[in-house]
Design a protein around this ligand. Structure first.
Ligand code: NAD
Length: 251
């Protein structure tokens, strides 16, 4: 049976865990040839195995999104392996450290969550312009809409920055066949979220209460939105930030 995205190619950062892993699996299930990338090689290889075990196509490449050469090499690897890059999903991210004024934490979070997305877009866009088309989805957050005081200021600033970068690139490259959007999840049950709940168990109920749907999201529910944004059902959608947050930002 022909699948929706047969012969398309996607590179996914942060695909060793959580939302990135489930997105890699969802794209492979839809027939996409997937380049799983992560700074954690063991976790990335595990995602590839999960995909191959169910008949999908996936290869792993190490990436550190904070290093331009590493990102460039990963994009080149996708081209060598599969002949191009149709979709780039920039999902790698760090969670929120506890001390709001720790300067090292500020640098680390900004480096991965914002500079990392910039470096990824730089190299992905260069490849997509050669192909005259492509779709990019960046992972933002409810913290990209709100001054979420329970999180570190760098987390809030980085996610607002991701939304801004997305609008800039969406507008700049629209006429050249590229679409660039972001997704802003609410609270999603992943290892990043488990760590936050471990640090303060009252957070689980607090997060669920913020979302009118009354529970945390499954990472698959975020992956479905990313899949839609890359699909031919979203050909007029660019430069937008899609909240997938159980109604959080509607309140
Ligand atoms: P996660 O911790 O489960 O996965 C993050 C992945 O990013 C890990 O595999 C990690 O190894 C990788 N990574 C970290 N630094 C990297 C680097 N320098 N280079 C390459 N890869 C690196 O987290 P998650 O919950 O799946 O979050 C994924 C994204 O979704 C993040 O951008 C996060 O901010 C965002 N998000 C998560 C939630 C949530 O509730 N979980 C909510 C809103 C937004």
């Amino acid at each position: 049976m022909t699948k929706k995205f047969d012969s398309k190619v996607a590179m996914i950062t942060g695909a060793g865990s959580g939302i990135g892993r489930e997105t890699a699996i969802a794209f492979a299930d839809a027939g996409v040839q997937v380049l799983v990338t992560d700074v954690n090689s063991t976790a990335g290889e595990e995602t590839c195995k999960m995909i191959r075990d169910t008949g999908g196509t996936a290869e792993f490449t190490f990436i550190d999104v904070t290093k331009s050469v590493s990102v460039e090499a990963a994009v080149q690897r996708a081209v060598e392996l599969y002949g191009g890059l149709d979709f780039a999903l920039n999902i790698a991210g760090l969670g929120s450290p506890s001390d709001p004024y720790n300067e090292e934490s500020w640098d680390q979070v900004m480096e991965v969550n914002l500079n990392g997305v910039f470096l990824c877009m730089k190299h992905e866009i260069a490849q997509m312009l050669k192909q005259e088309g492509g779709a990019i989805v960046n992972m933002a957050s409810v913290a990209g809409y709100r001054g979420l005081v329970v999180t570190h200021p760098a987390y809030v600033a980085s996610k607002h920055g991701v939304v801004g970068l997305t609008k800039w690139a969406g507008a700049k490259y629209a006429a050249q066949g590229l679409r660039v959007n972001s997704v802003s999840p609410g609270a999603v049950r992943t290892s990043l979220m488990e760590k936050s709940i471990e640090a303060d168990p009252s957070r689980e109920a607090a997060y669920a209460a913020k979302q009118p749907i009354g529970r945390l999201a499954k990472p698959q529910e975020i992956a479905e939105a990313v899949l839609w944004l890359c699909s031919d059902s979203a050909t007029f959608v660019t430069g937008t930030n899609l909240a997938v947050d159980g109604g959080w930002t509607a309140t």
